[in-house]
Design a binder for this molecule. Structure first.
Ligand code: AMP
Length: 317
């Protein structure tokens, strides 16, 4: 194990990932831009820092002992280093139509999708551009006319979804393809401006959905078995649609729960999500499985450790 170095890029959940790697006994390495170098040097669990200005520069680090852990800030850049996770899953995550097929085969409740030609729309819908980061650029329309007016000013690709009225819940899972076990690591809700501020001021403004933070949450226990099942079905179907390996490692089902307790999945993230940063010291749920603080970042490092011990690194990298 001593020869392996766990690395990531300085943003998103890098601190959690490298702290977890250090706690599991790995050497750690951070790639970062020059401006952030001083900030990251403050943390003693980061053994080595390399600065870069473009992703291309990273191609010179061809070291098969460096295992890179992807996160939300660089998932689409294919680095020339051994990488934890299944890269094929990224194509399914990035393409909303492929994602929709996968999740509907997993029999998850999904918001209905509409076309620009659906003239009968007389209820709230949300228009989401492809590849939008952090809910930026989404908007709402209440009927067909409003939707067509707003879309006439819109140039990028988008999908039109039924607007689900309820509360957001983001479930963080970890699936081990070494032990075939799924765990619920933690959960959060994203704090989005201005939608989460509108109840404080009853005025009529267009809502926006830009993520600015995350808050901790626990779920009503009677809903937990269903959330576990939803994760199981997502993993099982991924083995067929993204065969043979499917989805493994950390992932998140992003949901909205309605007043009749129906859980709608609005999106999947097939990697560590930033909401797990709430639980660098473990969550109430990870505490049920581990008698020690277990963040998602640390869980990733533990998986790599298990693979090294059993000579199965090629199954997860
Ligand atoms: P997403 O990028 O799909 O995770 O969506 C970002 C945010 O937009 C979510 O956290 C919700 O607040 C909101 N949102 C997305 N899809 C829907 C939907 N179908 N109904 C209601 N709100 C939604």
């Amino acid at each position: 194990m001593k020869k392996y170095i766990i690395a990531t890029i300085g943003s998103h959940s890098a601190l959690q990932i490298l702290k977890g790697a250090k706690d599991e006994g790995f050497k750690t390495l951070l790639f970062t831009t020059k401006e952030r170098e001083d900030f990251y040097r403050r943390f003693s669990f980061i053994d080595n820092i390399k600065t870069f200005s473009t992703y291309d520069e990273l191609s010179k680090f061809k070291n098969k002992n460096i295992i890179i852990i992807p996160h939300g800030s660089f998932i689409k850049n294919h680095l020339p280093l051994p990488y934890f996770g299944n890269k094929k899953v990224l194509d399914f995550e990035a393409d909303r139509n492929l994602q929709y097929k996968w999740l509907s085969q997993a029999k998850l409740n999904l918001p209905k999708q509409y076309q620009l030609t659906d003239k009968g729309i007389n209820f709230p819908i949300i228009i989401k551009s492809h590849g939008a980061a952090g809910g930026k650029g989404y908007f709402i329309a209440n009927n067909y006319q409003e939707m067509s007016e707003k879309l006439s000013k819109f140039s990028s690709e988008y999908i039109i979804q039924e607007y689900i009225v309820g509360v957001t819940f983001y479930f963080h899972y970890f699936y081990s393809n070494l032990t075939n076990k799924l765990e619920i690591m933690s959960m959060d809700r994203r704090y989005e401006t201005n939608i989460d501020g509108l109840s404080r001021m009853p005025i009529n403004v267009d809502p926006s959905f830009v993520v600015v933070g995350n808050s901790p949450l626990v779920l009503r226990e009677s809903l937990l078995p269903e959330v576990m099942d939803m994760g199981e079905r997502t993993v099982n179907v991924s083995k067929k649609v993204i065969s043979p390996d499917g989805l493994y490692g950390p992932f998140c089902l992003e949901t909205i729960i309605t007043q009749d307790q129906k859980i709608y999945v609005i999106e999947i993230s097939a990697r560590i999500v930033a909401g797990t940063n709430l639980y660098i010291n473990g969550s109430p749920y990870s505490w049920l499985n581990y008698n020690e603080p277990m963040s998602t970042g640390r869980r990733v490092a533990r998986e790599i450790k298990l693979a090294i011990k059993n000579n199965k690194l090629d199954l997860i990298i």
